[in-house]
Design a protein around this ligand. Sequence first.
Ligand SMILES: [Zn+2]
Ligand SMILES: [Zn+2]
Length: 66
Amino acid sequence: MNECPECGRMTLEEDSNGYVCISCGEHFERSEMEKCENCGSMYRKKDQPDVPEMCPRCYENKLNED
Ligand SMILES: [Zn+2]
Ligand SMILES: [Zn+2]
């Protein structure tokens, strides 16, 4: 399972329409989600619009490295 961008629990499941979190009940369209190239977790594109293919957490880590 994947990490839910809404509640942060590892309870995000893929369904026929996209992704649904079984903890908080949030639903995400497949088109609004992106898989992080770095760590493989799912995130919302709008949460991290600056660098495609990188989740907010990896982006933050990258910023801290510099
Ligand atoms: Zn959730
Ligand atoms: Zn990542």
